[in-house]
Design a protein around this ligand. Structure first.
Ligand code: PMP
Length: 426
């Protein structure tokens, strides 16, 4: 494949954009390919190379790159009426009504502009509503580029995972291993009256794909209730993808107090949202006391795209279709791996999938991990599916970036550049 134009564009970008990209995950070694346009399930790069796309914008694109006609028409009509107004529009109400009708725990919703903004606002809301400061998060979970959740280490030795964040932020954030009921129980008992919320992705989607063990979320729900903390489901990835229009919370039968959305709810345009019980969400200003605001929030083009997307999905068996494709690719890959690399693991559900390059050793000390496991404890090999973030850290994560990704790219398959982010079918 020829990548001359992408190389030249990357050279130009490096001079004027830090690292040459506007989102860190796009900085692919030795250089990213620059996309010229989408075409169905494919993207075409600046050199005319065509790739089958399993990145799908990191999740927002349920239909691939060709919007169904009603979605295209809604977007074009909203854009040609005028980009935005700084005043409310009917379509915001329509989308809010649609979401509250389909997602059982959501009675009221505030739209913002990104998943990050949604989790920032949800954490502030939980703190304001409960009058408590601390939040519990999952090791290996991701909630966007925000101060309160860019935290690593275990709950008693946590530190910011990025330069530029004061240690004081990390003090209020308590990471626990996902799927570990006892660890959660212990942290909640220790910090009982200080915990505003447990913030969790129903399925970890930024660290391989890690599913909850049976009844895990039910237990988390009960433990939150016992200490009066809120349960926040971060459904930025899973919202309107896993579990169809009821989202992952519908699939697992859980009623969180708050839910954060992003990605699909904006039909491919910048979006985020915080939904939940009226009593809590009404604490946002101007109804309540927790400040929340945004020039672009409820942007009419985004709202039109989101509404038309969800309506199209509701009326056209979209989830049956994409989930069947997800089953097909997962089972096809399982067959290939059973034959060629039985130690590797295929994970995912609905339209999400990933291969985890599990280490074949039966027990791996953290020192042995190729990528340098962040955890202090030793990690055991998972025979079936990874149970938490450190399981995935201890896979041969390096192999993805060094060997697998470049080889797939050369064959015209577009995957995320590392082992951790999900792949999506459209
Ligand atoms: N939460 C989750 C679960 C995410 O996966 C992401 C982004 N991948 C975010 C929050 C942040 O969303 P955004 O990138 O739109 O700010």
């Amino acid at each position: 494949m020829n990548h001359k134009r992408s190389r030249a564009l990357y050279d130009r970008a490096l001079s004027v954009i830090p690292g040459g990209v506007n989102s860190s995950v796009r900085a692919i070694r030795p250089y990213p390919f620059f996309i010229e346009r989408g075409d169905g399930a494919h993207v075409i790069d600046a050199d005319g190379n065509r790739y089958l796309d399993y990145v799908m914008g990191y999740g927002p694109l349920l239909f691939g790159h060709d919007l169904p006609e009603p979605v295209r028409a809604a977007v074009q009509s909203a854009a040609s009426d005028g980009p935005m107004y700084g005043a409310p529009t009917e379509v915001e109400v329509d989308l809010a009504e649609f979401v509250t009708r389909h997602v059982p725990s959501v009675e009221m919703i505030r739209f913002v502009n990104s998943g990050t903004e949604a989790t920032v606002s949800a954490v502030r809301l939980a703190r304001g509503y409960t009058g408590r400061n601390k939040i519990v998060v999952m090791e290996g979970g991701y909630h966007g580029a925000q101060e309160s959740t860019l935290v690593e280490g275990s709950h008693d030795a946590q530190r910011p995972s990025s330069s530029g964040i004061p240690q004081a932020f990390a003090r209020h954030t308590l990471p626990v291993p996902f799927n570990d009921e006892e660890a959660l129980r212990a942290v909640l008992a220790e910090h009982r009256d200080d915990i505003a919320a447990v913030l969790v992705e129903p399925i970890l989607g930024n660290t391989g794909i890690v599913a909850p063990v049976d009844d895990y979320h039910q237990t988390v729900r009960e433990l939150c209730d016992e200490i009066g903390a809120l349960l926040i489901f971060d459904e930025v990835i899973t919202g309107f993808r896993v579990g169809g229009l009821q989202c992952a919370q519908g699939k697992f039968g859980i009623m969180p107090d708050l839910t954060t959305f992003g990605k699909i709810i904006g039909g491919g345009f910048p979006v985020g949202a915080v939904g939940g019980r009226t009593e809590i969400v009404e604490e946002f200003t101007p109804a309540g006391e927790v400040f929340q605001s945004g020039t672009f929030s409820g942007h009419p083009v985004t709202m039109a795209a989101g509404l038309a997307t969800l309506q199209f999905a509701a009326e056209n068996d979209v989830y049956d279709h994409v989930n069947a494709l997800g089953d097909q690719i997962r089972s096809g890959m399982r067959d290939i791996l059973a034959d060629r690399a039985p130690e590797y693991t295929v994970v995912g559900t609905d339209s999400m999938f990933k291969t985890i390059f599990t280490r074949a050793d039966s027990e791996i000390q953290s020192d042995d991990c190729e990528t340098g496991c962040q955890q202090d404890r030793s990690c055991t090999r998972f025979s079936d599916c990874p149970k938490n973030g450190s399981d995935v850290q201890c896979a041969e994560t390096d192999r993805w970036e060094r060997l697998f990704w470049p080889a797939m790219k050369e064959q015209g398959i577009f995957l995320t550049a590392n082992q951790f982010e999900s792949q999506f079918v459209s």
